[in-house]
Design a protein around this ligand. Structure first.
Ligand code: ACO
Length: 333
């Protein structure tokens, strides 16, 4: 799916994020399985990650991020008419975590649902919310991305447990005077789904009753390096922009080698890339909003900055978006 924005300008008017307090270092992991800080840093660039407390579920991580995003946009929960939560680790299968958040935020007029597209969930959710606003169905949407992957990892499997961390981010989408989203490109290759999956987590019965993330790292690596480049190239072309126009590149934070490979192929200079995988690991749907929040804190998201975001993950799925940053600029309701 690909398209450029051709209607009313819609942008991100509020941004928030949250990570749990507990920091888990590579050295601590090396006490649990046969691995080392050196191996993890060299192969992934990850130095530490945040891990949720036993009593913390998805909505507990998402709520502070949502409140921060709403505050920045100058809105209350009651102003929202849409909440989409992108996650593969909801509080439970139902009710939707978005509905739990809607209740906690007092969003009495909002449609609330969860969206499952692996680590690409945030990009899919952004596109959906954009479409709802562009079509006139909604005016103020909250898009939340996050995961608590620590709860579904096999902590004896060194090939997966070193990669992931917990975290969440949220953005508010509203109509603006000018700027905002320029376009989206989303896709999926279901045939590759078995390379990153959670067998036994739904209605399909498996012989292996363990409900842990299973991954073919090499296949996912090849897929990720391919689609990070192809999706970015497609959305840039669709929007009539070139790589030279990109001020800030926000790729999914899975592995620094994947990010470096994509940036090199695309020709994006290092100073324009946002990288925080060293501190958070792969936070799945939380990754892109957490990276956006870092870029904002560093002063890299200026009014008029062209921001390229690309995610990829389970499905296998991918998604890109281009946005001209607006620093708010919302139209008064
Ligand atoms: N510590 C030490 N050794 C390890 C570890 C570890 N944590 N994990 C694997 N190894 C070993 C393997 O067993 C293997 O040993 P062998 O040669 O004796 O069999 C050796 O290291 C090399 O394994 P490879 O899989 O070839 O290592 P590679 O260089 O491919 O790195 C990695 C593995 C980091 C998982 C890489 O393939 C990768 O990053 N893949 C993509 C993973 C990813 O990003 N997943 C999520 C993306 S989508 C989403 O975000 C949900």
């Amino acid at each position: 799916m690909i398209g450029s924005a051709n209607g009313r300008p819609i942008s991100i008017t509020g941004l928030g994020c949250y990570v749990p307090e507990r920091i888990l270092t590579n050295d601590e992991l090396a006490e649990m399985v046969d691995t080392s800080d050196e191996w993890i840093v060299e192969r992934t660039g990850i130095r530490e990650r945040r891990i949720a407390a036993p009593e913390q579920a998805m909505s507990d991580l998402a709520l502070p991020a949502c409140k921060q995003a709403l505050e920045q946009a100058g809105l209350d929960g009651a102003d929202l008419d849409l909440i989409i939560m992108a996650t593969v680790t909801p509080d439970m299968a139902f009710p939707a975590t978005a509905a739990i958040l809607g209740d906690q935020l007092g969003a009495v007029d909002a449609a609330c649902y969860d969206l499952s597209a692996g680590c690409t969930g945030f990009m899919y959710a952004l596109a959906q919310a954009y479409g709802m606003l562009a079509g006139g169905l909604a005016e103020r949407a909250l898009v939340v991305g996050g995961d608590v992957l620590s709860k579904i990892l096999d902590w004896t499997d060194r090939s997966t447990m070193v990669l992931f961390g917990d975290g969440a981010g949220a953005v508010v989408l509203q109509n603006v005077e000018a700027g905002g989203f320029l376009g989206f490109e989303l896709g999926a290759e279901g045939a590759g789904g078995i390379h990153l999956w959670l067998p036994g987590s739904g209605s399909r019965v498996f012989d292996d009753p363990e409900k842990y993330v299973k991954m073919n790292g090499r296949e996912v690596f090849k897929f990720a390096t391919r689609v990070l480049v192809s999706s970015a190239e497609k959305v840039l072309k669709e929007c009539g922009k070139s790589v030279e126009d990109v001020d800030v590149y926000v790729p999914h934070q899975a592995n620094v080698r994947i990010i470096d490979h994509a940036a090199r192929k695309l020709g994006i200079p290092e100073e324009r890339i946002v990288v925080n995988v060293d501190r958070y690991g792969n936070t799945s749907s939380g990754s892109i909003p957490l990276a956006l929040a870092d870029a904002e804190a560093d002063g890299r998201l200026q009014k008029g900055s062209l921001v390229l975001m690309t995610g990829m993950g389970a499905g296998l799925t991918w998604g890109s978006s281009l946005i001209e940053w607006t620093n708010g600029g919302m139209i008064a309701a």
